[in-house]
Design a protein around this ligand. Structure first.
Ligand code: ATP
Ligand code: MG
Length: 351
């Protein structure tokens, strides 16, 4: 039977680009805290290359190159291979096998209703030409989660419909074939603005595929130029104008990243974010001043990550060894689940 009463995390990222501050706020930072909390028996972190190929079938080089980039970002953020198991999705064929059987439990109409799939189809201009693999990725994601008996999946807000879908498949599987799979729960960031960080262009979501990101590996000059060019309140034209802080990504980033210590160090004339917001809203505070502060905050947070990344970049063979070891361990676990699933489906002929 499955790993009863264990606390297990499964989470991951698509290697479609380097990781950005949205990933850090939405998931990475929390993962590292959870990994270090000692509250979890296993922490699996997946680089979802097979999933990334579903909408990048014509560009395998991009996916391959970004597997390394994502692994470097993980290690730079403090993912510790002695406490977590990073692995590469495609190296675990059992995940594909599980997805194939779960497909029988989901209707096309149900997938079509999935709001994240809908939004992503629109964002990729796939309306008339959705690859079947992409369309079914929520099912493949259920295979990833259940293969490890994951109880907790730390994610950003856009992934909620995926976890809901996973729970439905688990319930359906268990009710037809007997109690076999574990139902997962999502874990969203405590600070709600971190669950869906907007892009520097003000678009609803910072996303590798939209090119509106501040990357964890950006240089101080790149960060500065991105911050100083950020979209703000388009109606805040003159310093004395009243400004909006709610739909203003500069203030949203400050809500996600700035603490009172940052104010004391870089902008002591304001006690905290509430005071800065109040001034902007009543007028008399220019965007440049706020952006300079945000730049200082981002640099303070990103500098240690960038420096650790540079160190790991010099040790690539070690990085690959970590991924290989992780993938071997992950495969063993997933194979156990696949055996259980095949027994439940009565296709374990030669056991
Ligand atoms: P792609 O555009 O290729 O889908 P992405 O930037 O959306 O890339 P994913 O690899 O799909 O990144 O997402 C990995 C994790 O990061 C998920 O848990 C997702 O919820 C979270 N995440 C992604 N973008 C953001 C964001 N802007 N704010 C908060 N969390 C995010
Ligand atoms: Mg995504």
């Amino acid at each position: 039977m499955h790993a009863k009463n264990k606390n297990i995390i499964l989470t991951g990222d698509r290697p479609t680009g380097k990781l950005h501050i949205g990933h850090f706020a939405g998931s990475l930072k929390r993962r590292v805290e959870l990994q270090n909390s000692g509250a979890f028996d296993e922490v699996y972190i997946m680089i979802a290359d097979a999933q990334a190929l579903t909408d990048n079938a014509d560009n395998p080089e991009k996916i391959r190159a970004n597997v390394t980039e994502v692994a470097l970002d993980y290690l730079a953020c403090g993912l510790d291979p002695s406490k977590s198991t990073p692995f590469i999705q495609s190296q675990i064929p059992e995940l594909t096998e599980l997805a194939f059987y779960y497909m029988n439990l989901v209707t096309v109409a149900r997938l079509q209703r999935n709001p994240t799939v809908k939004a992503e189809i629109l964002a990729r201009n796939f309306e008339a030409s959705i690859p079947v693999g992409f369309f079914t990725y929520p099912i493949s994601q259920t295979a990833d989660i259940t293969a490890f008996d994951a109880t907790v999946v730390p994610v950003g807000e856009d992934q909620l419909p995926m976890i809901e879908q996973a729970r439905e498949i688990v319930r359906s599987f268990n009710s037809i074939y007997g109690n076999t799979l574990v139902e997962p729960k999502e874990l969203l960031p405590e600070n709600s603005v971190c669950g869906r960080l907007p892009g520097t262009d003000g678009k609803a979501k910072m996303s590798k595929s939209l090119g509106n990101c501040i990357y964890l590996s950006d240089s101080p000059d790149e960060i500065k130029s991105k911050v100083m060019n950020m979209y703000t309140d388009p109606n805040h034209l003159r310093v004395e104008d009243k400004g909006d802080t709610k739909d203003n990504p500069v203030f949203i980033y400050l809500s996600a990243f700035a603490d009172d210590g940052h104010f004391a160090r870089y902008l002591p004339e304001y006690e905290n974010l509430a005071a800065l917001k109040a001034h902007y809203e009543r007028g008399g505070l220019g965007d440049v001043k706020v952006k300079k502060f945000l730049n200082n905050v981002m640099n303070e947070i990103l500098e240690p990550i960038r420096l650790r990344r540079i160190e790991w970049e010099k040790r690539l063979p070690e990085v690959y060894e970590i991924l290989k070891k992780g993938s071997l361990k992950a495969r063993e676990t997933a194979a156990g689940t696949a055996d259980r699933v095949k027994a439940a489906l009565k296709i374990n002929y030669f056991c």
